[in-house]
Design a protein around this ligand. Structure first.
Ligand code: SF4
Length: 676
């Protein structure tokens, strides 16, 4: 049987997959992200392609209908809201699961034709703080290195990242590198002991949100120890003195680490030239996430340990195409092709290229604010595409109530029953993984094809096509006259060419004459490229910025709730929930409780614990373990209201956001806990 070369639809590692219509799944030995490896989720993809529960036909108010009726209604409702209340009265909320072509069309419709920037995505929950931190430091949202850097490093520092469960194939690559070079050192910085800690030489069990104090302390240590690279910073970095001054004002006692632990880490970092700092949601999902990112970047910039083989900061993206979404401007504060929304020249280039009647002139609503605007009546028409915000946003009961208030809600989804679909007036059946064609970009800027190997079920259609048909019905048929995903990818590349006179990191010229059908996984701007080798950054003066960041004053509540992923589930379990094999790993919602706290609470293994905040409550099975420190709880975020009647985790989490990125602080929420 022939197998189709495609990519995994889960995490940002972006593994190549060989897939067959009978459910055969193999790792693609020729894909440079995984060289044939797959994790448990990727290996179980064949168990998730059945049609049970699929949304197969459009529905209006719960009744099956035809596409023309559904799309006419969507276009009419959006057009009417815009005519009566203006372009800011409508919004799209999309997903890092979308393919780049889907993202491009949604972004183009909202920003160039509707004329507002109210398109945000669940990438806001994932990487927004990294984006903001990159732009502050580099002038662009640039991931400098490649996966090969992780294998060439002598020291890997993993910050707020359970790589073993959340990016398993990267973890496997690092484990193999350490096996081959046992002198490689790995430091795991995490308030919780995780599966990733097993690989580490050192676990620094940091206080929640203690990262800025830690990296500020490291920066001060590097400067005091003569490790400031004065030549590099003198030629290529501004803001050095201010950042050092702010670092000196931090108190490393706020890290919760002992002086011995701190000194050992600082010394190891200072003495190791080839150091890669990998960071993920423990850094990003914080009310000070952007400052955490810049605290890390400051240390690399101060020492010139960036743009070199085996050295640099490395943000790993949670979702399969968060990077592709960022490239085509799929966030409310971005334009397209790494062009700037707040730059009139950039806007003009995009508007001219799109030949569009308008262009948004100010940032739109970021995810948490977008649903608040639903609650207060600003948003009259909402389109949710390939995501389930009624479960995944913090303070999710309020988000669900906010969606229910919107006059007209349309969702595009592969499944019929979801918490968000239950609130929608129109459901549009989308094709899913294995049924649709397009491209994705992984965490190392590598663009790969996702290819269809299954027929579209029922009357399901790809998202780009649904969006284009609505655009045509709103009067924009010429600009959205795409026949196939390759047409959209070609336009995306052509926009890059049209903007080539604007200095940016994005450069898609390698794809100008690409064979879309046979496209092999390719990094932009070119394979194995490492940014900043020449010390040139993208601020107007060509220099990077070290940013003065101040550690937050940490409160010490009785309990702090940390949330995250399980090894074998993905987001709200839409697909992974179908696999008995994956479900067997951790079968029900649980909360990790430290043994001392369990004794205090009178909890036994398996007790039901009521975890409550000012926002809501959930009941979770106690998993008593020293993996979490005293005063801390951890609960996975996967279970929906359809899978548990005991309350979902995001009913409890707080809608607090980072002031720069708008990313919610899903890793540390003040809660109470008691045995139920
Ligand atoms: Fe898929 Fe990520 Fe696993 Fe690779 S590591 S198989 S991309 S979930």
């Amino acid at each position: 049987m022939s197998l189709t070369r495609t990519t995994c639809p889960y995490c940002g590692v972006g593994c190549g997959v060989l897939a067959g219509v009978d459910g055969t799944i193999k790792g693609d030995p020729d894909h440079p992200a995984n060289f044939g490896r797959l994790c448990s989720k990727g290996a179980a993809l064949g168990e998730t392609i059945d049609l049970e529960g699929r949304l197969l036909h459009p529905k209006v108010n719960g009744a099956d209908t035809d596409w023309d009726t559904a799309l006419d209604l969507v276009a009419q409702k959006f057009s009417a809201a815009i005519a009566e209340h203006g372009p800011e009265s409508v919004a799209f909320y999309a997903s890092g699961q979308l393919l780049t072509e889907d993202y491009y069309v949604a972004n183009k419709l909202m920003k160039g034709f509707i004329g507002a920037a109210n398109i945000d995505t669940n990438s806001r929950l994932c990487m927004a703080s990294s984006v903001a931190g990159h732009k502050r430091a580099f002038g662009t949202d640039t991931v400098p290195g490649t996966y090969a850097d992780l294998e060439q490093a002598d020291l890997i520092v993993l910050v707020g990242s359970n790589l073993a469960w959340c990016h398993p194939v990267l973890y496997q690559r690092i484990a193999a590198a350490k096996d081959a070079r046992p002198d490689m050192r790995i430091v795991n910085i995490d308030p919780r002991r995780t599966a990733t800690t097993d690989l580490a030489d050192t676990h620094l069990q940091i206080a929640p949100d203690g990262d800025i104090a830690l990296f500020n302390g490291l920066l001060a240590h590097l400067v005091d120890g003569g490790k400031l690279d004065a030549t590099f910073t003198g030629n290529h970095v501004n803001g050095v003195a201010e950042a050092i001054s702010a670092a000196r004002a931090s108190n490393t006692a706020d890290t919760g680490l002992t002086p011995h632990e701190l000194n050992a880490f600082f010394t190891l970092w200072a003495q190791t030239e080839k150091v890669v700092t990998i960071y993920s949601q423990g850094v990003n999902q914080s009310s000070c996430g952007t400052d955490k990112v810049n605290a890390i970047l400051n240390c690399h910039l101060a020492t010139g340990r960036i743009g070199r083989a085996g050295a640099g900061p490395f943000s790993v993206t949670g979702q399969p195409n968060a990077m592709g979404g960022r490239e085509v401007g799929g966030l409310a504060n971005m334009l397209a092709n790494h062009l700037e929304l707040d730059n009139a020249d950039h806007r003009q280039v995009v508007q001219d290229f799109w030949d569009s009647p308008t262009i948004c002139t100010k940032p739109g609503l970021k995810a948490v604010d977008l649903f608040e605007a639903c609650a207060n009546g600003q948003i009259k028409a909402l389109w949710v595409i390939s995501t389930n915000p009624a479960v995944s946003l913090p303070d999710s009961d309020r988000v669900a109530a906010a969606i229910a208030k919107v006059q007209f809600v349309v969702t595009s989804d592969i499944m019929e029953k979801t918490d968000t679909n239950d609130l929608a007036h129109v459901l549009l059946p989308a094709t899913g993984w294995g049924e649709k064609d397009g491209t994705v970009t992984n965490s190392e800027r590598r663009i790969s094809r996702q290819r269809a190997f299954l027929p579209a079920p029922g009357s399901a259609r790809p998202d780009w096509e649904i969006l284009s048909d609505v655009a045509a019905r709103m009067g924009f048929s010429e600009a959205f006259d795409y026949q196939k995903p390759a047409d959209i990818f070609a336009e995306y590349v052509a926009l890059d060419t049209a903007a080539s006179h604007i200095a940016r990191d994005l450069d898609l010229s390698i794809f100008a004459d690409a064979d879309y059908a046979g496209l092999i996984p390719t990094q932009w701007p070119r394979n194995d490229h490492r940014f900043f080798v020449d010390g040139r950054f993208y601020h107007p003066d060509g220099k990077a910025r070290m940013i003065a960041v101040t550690a937050p004053i940490l409160s010490k509540p009785r309990f702090t709730l940390n949330t995250g992923r399980n090894r074998d589930q993905w987001h709200t379990m839409t697909r992974t929930g179908k696999s008995p094999r994956l479900g067997a790993h951790l079968a029900e919602p649980y909360v990790e409780v430290n043994p001392v706290d369990a004794t205090d609470l009178g909890a036994a293994p398996g007790s039901l614990i009521a975890v409550e905040s000012i926002y809501g409550r959930t009941l979770l099975r106690a998993l008593i373990t020293p993996r979490v420190a005293q005063g801390q709880l951890f609960a996975p975020m996967h279970w929906t209201r359809q899978r548990t009647t005991a309350g979902i985790v995001n009913s409890v989490t707080a809608p607090l956001t980072d002031p720069f990125s708008g990313q919610p602080a899903l890793k540390s929420c003040t809660v109470t806990a008691q045995v139920y």
